[in-house]
Design a protein around this ligand. Structure first.
Ligand SMILES: [Zn+2]
Ligand SMILES: [Zn+2]
Ligand SMILES: [Zn+2]
Ligand SMILES: [Zn+2]
Length: 406
């Protein structure tokens, strides 16, 4: 990483977001920017959006057919293309008339995401020419474009896509919700509106846990085997001593979880605590092959000036080729200190971004000689969450700093 050394160092390294003069913007980059504004809808949708699935034959054929039909109806298409497209559409219509598939199946291929060819599970977006993309694919395309420093385009028609150019298609979302879909456990078809309840409460194949889980039974399996298991389960007949051992083990893993929360609570009673909203903005390194990195403007916490930097997949050469996406970050002290400054710090989701981070507390002793931490993982739940951040214009988080006084 040979990028801008200073906050908003500008120059050749300034990325698409543009440089910000060093020293201004005291970190309270309250995320009301466009990224944050556009964020929630896409973000909310993403929770459920599955990654691209495998294209199946029917879906592929359908997508092709859809494109052909569109081209046929497009008065702006060049005459030659229109002619060929018209012929193809006729052929497709003939095939449909010949009775290939039920209405549901035909609708499936019309309403599916043109990228993953799956039926969208949540929000549906469309390019300015009307090509449909599920929220997962849409965010993935935007994130990939950010990594490659390209304008994101519709994979079908190559028109520009962005959160401001593309809108949701509620009619398609509603139509999809009327179509039957498959229960993930028993593989039977249900109307979407009933599916959630079926999977949660009614499906005989849904995964359940033994009611003696609380005293250590690890069994889980399909619901229809539950009664047989529970009747034969050895846990309720264990002696008190045996159970004590099991419970001790369970307590231990529980204690580890509690430790994190307890240390956060004890940090909260420190004398010197500071926090601020930080806004990571995308830049490119000035290497031969430029790489994406993020940097915040300088900000002041605990009377010191700081900068945060972040990088994708620890600056691996081609993060866009990898499905697994991670972010790591480092904290840099920019002001001079008269004595070593020992701190704990913690990055959490900001008030305006909807990203899931599991909190991790890091420690570092800052001195004038050693004024930057190593890159440490930003504990984002998964790659989908990470893509969500990459697709946004900026990344808005909240930084907590606790000064440890001896
Ligand atoms: Zn998709
Ligand atoms: Zn398009
Ligand atoms: Zn089922
Ligand atoms: Zn059991």
């Amino acid at each position: 990483m040979s990028g801008a050394e200073e906050a908003g160092g500008g120059g050749p390294a300034a990325g698409p977001a543009g440089a910000v003069p060093a020293g201004v913007g005291v970190g309270v980059g309250v995320g009301a920017g466009a990224g944050a504004a556009a964020g929630p809808a896409a973000a909310a949708a993403l929770g459920e959006a599955a990654g691209p699935g495998l294209p199946d034959e029917a879906g592929l054929a359908g997508a092709r057919q859809l494109q052909l039909q569109e081209a046929a109806g497009d008065p702006d298409a060049p005459p030659k293309k229109r002619l060929r497209a018209a012929e193809a559409a006729e052929a497709a219509a003939a095939a449909a008339a010949a009775g290939s598939g039920k209405l549901e199946e035909r609708l499936y291929s019309v309403l599916c995401c043109t990228v993953c060819l799956d039926l969208p599970k949540a929000s549906v977006y469309q390019c300015t020419n009307g090509h449909l993309m599920c929220a997962g694919c849409f965010i993935h395309l935007l994130a990939d474009a950010r990594l490659k420093e390209e304008q994101a385009t519709c994979p079908n028609c190559r028109c520009e896509i962005s959160k401001s150019l593309c809108c949701r298609n509620l009619a398609v979302e509603k139509a999809v919700s009327e179509l039957p879909s498959e229960c993930g456990f028993c593989l039977r078809q249900f109307p979407r509106s009933l599916l959630e309840r079926h999977q949660k409460e009614e499906c005989q194949d849904r995964v359940t846990q033994c009611k003696y889980k609380r005293i250590g039974c690890p069994w889980h399996g399909p619901f229809h085997e539950l009664t047989v298991h529970e009747a034969a389960c050895a846990h309720p007949t264990k002696t008190g001593n045996e159970l004590m051992e099991i419970l001790d083990e369970m307590d231990q893993s529980h204690r580890k979880e509690m430790q994190l929360y307890n240390s956060i609570f004890s940090l909260l009673s420190f004398e010197k605590i500071g926090y601020t909203e930080v806004q990571f903005r995308p830049y490119r390194t000035d290497d031969f092959i430029t790489r994406l990195y993020y940097e915040t403007p300088r900000f002041t916490v605990l009377n010191q000036t700081w900068v945060l930097k972040a990088r994708v997949n620890d600056s691996e050469r081609n993060p866009n080729l990898s499905c697994k996406r991670t972010l790591s970050f480092q904290l840099l002290l920019k002001s001079k200190v008269t004595a070593p400054l020992e701190c704990s710090f913690l990055l959490l989701k900001g008030p305006y971004d909807d990203v899931r981070i599991s909190p991790v507390i890091y420690h570092f002793i800052f001195t004038n000689e050693s004024n930057e931490t190593d890159y440490v993982p930003l504990p984002i739940i998964d790659s989908v969450e990470c893509n969500k951040l990459l697709a946004a214009k900026n990344i808005n988080l909240r930084l907590f700093l606790f000064q440890i006084q001896k």
